[in-house]
Design a protein around this ligand. Structure first.
Ligand SMILES: [Zn+2]
Length: 351
């Protein structure tokens, strides 16, 4: 208990030394408690948990917490006619985050949601996805945190993005696949718009799974493409097109059962021009998993599924050069490395 208390204090000190600008932000947030006996408004900044660096394709998990008040020692500060009443603990009303580059260019914005953790009055999480094409370098993460008692905090922390290695590959397409990719088709554009609108949606109440992901197929299938592969499609007419692979491809024969990688809600289950029979699951606000090129779907839009439930069978539909499952994870719109999330949870179980 004592260690916890000291650690918490150390974190607070850290804030004030590392982020001096924050002390003056928000104006009323720094009202000295002794200025008026009636000013019993809780004004302590929240405690933050933010990584100092992330890798291209990582998830960026930000935690914001109002700790429980420290227990007073018996006999100390109790009673006394001058003792001030402790201010009521607030809850957090809103958290938003914005990542900007060194030139002040906005890179990513994402929204927080309540995620109760033991030992705290209130905890919120905000999840961002670092794109595989985000330039490595120094960035700045600005948060806006609002309490329900009117206090506002705007801390700003440094964040380093480091490089991940990616594979380059050339993919020759036959005539039918060249036409499927090249030929203009209003359905492709409409489906792309529909998918982007869905992946951009942040439903703050959709908190279904914060742990690790599980592999959506049985163990042992060969991986034929990887997250972030830099691809060149070679068309039959000699043309070329460049693209980035957003997920992992597994060489599954037709009819291989495909399972939900985590508990969530089916927000898309349909046949699409380029991705064939496709399923999209929502797991957390702004966090989705995608399953493409299936032959058969066993789920319907709006349905809840548990981790491991069968979504259908893998196949050879849409733009594919052979039977396989394409599996992809999106966080705040950006594709992230699914393998990282098979070893680490979206949100840690402890602060
Ligand atoms: Zn793929």
């Amino acid at each position: 208990m004592r260690i916890k208390t000291l650690r918490r204090c150390a974190v607070f000190l850290c804030f004030f030394f590392l982020s001096p600008a924050w002390i003056f932000s928000g104006g009323s947030a720094e009202t000295p408690p002794e200025s008026s006996p009636a000013a019993a408004v809780y004004s302590r900044p929240p405690v933050l948990k933010i990584p100092g660096s992330v890798i291209q394709g990582d998830i960026l998990t930000v935690l914001v917490q109002i700790p429980l008040p420290e227990a007073k020692q018996e006999g100390a500060g109790s009673g006394g006619e001058h003792a001030a009443a402790a201010p009521a603990l607030p809850t957090i009303r809103e958290v938003s985050a914005e990542l900007t580059g060194s030139a002040g260019k906005k890179v990513l914005s994402f929204t927080g949601f309540r995620y109760p953790l033991p030992g705290a009055a209130d905890t919120w999480a905000a999840l961002g996805g670092i794109s595989s094409v985000q330039e490595p370098g120094d960035y700045s993460l600005a948060l806006r945190i609002y309490y329900d008692n009117g206090q506002e905090f705007t801390p700003c922390e440094d964040l380093k993005i480091t490089a991940r290695g990616f594979i380059r590959e050339e993919i020759p397409l036959n005539e039918a696949m060249s036409a499927l990719r090249e030929d203009p088709d209003p359905r492709k554009a409409a489906e792309a718009r529909e998918l982007w609108a869905l992946l951009s949606r942040v439903n703050l109440a959709s908190v279904y799974h914060a742990g690790r992901l599980s592999l959506p197929i049985a163990e042992g299938f060969r991986e034929t493409s990887f997250f972030g592969d830099r691809r060149t499609f070679l068309y039959t007419d000699g043309g070329k097109a460049y693209s980035i692979h957003y997920g992992i491809d597994y060489a599954t024969p037709r009819g291989t059962p495909v399972h939900a990688a985590a508990t969530g809600k089916v927000v898309m289950a349909k046949n699409r021009v380029l991705t064939g029979f496709s399923v999209v699951l929502e797991h957390l606000p702004g966090v989705y998993s995608l399953y493409y090129h299936m032959d058969k779907l066993d789920v319907k839009e709006g349905q809840m599924v548990s981790a491991g439930d069968c979504l259908g069978e893998s196949g050879f539909t849409g733009l594919a050069t052979g039977p396989h499952l394409h599996w992809e994870i999106r966080v705040a719109g950006n594709a992230v490395e699914p393998k990282t999330l098979m070893s680490l949870p979206f949100i840690p179980a402890e602060f």
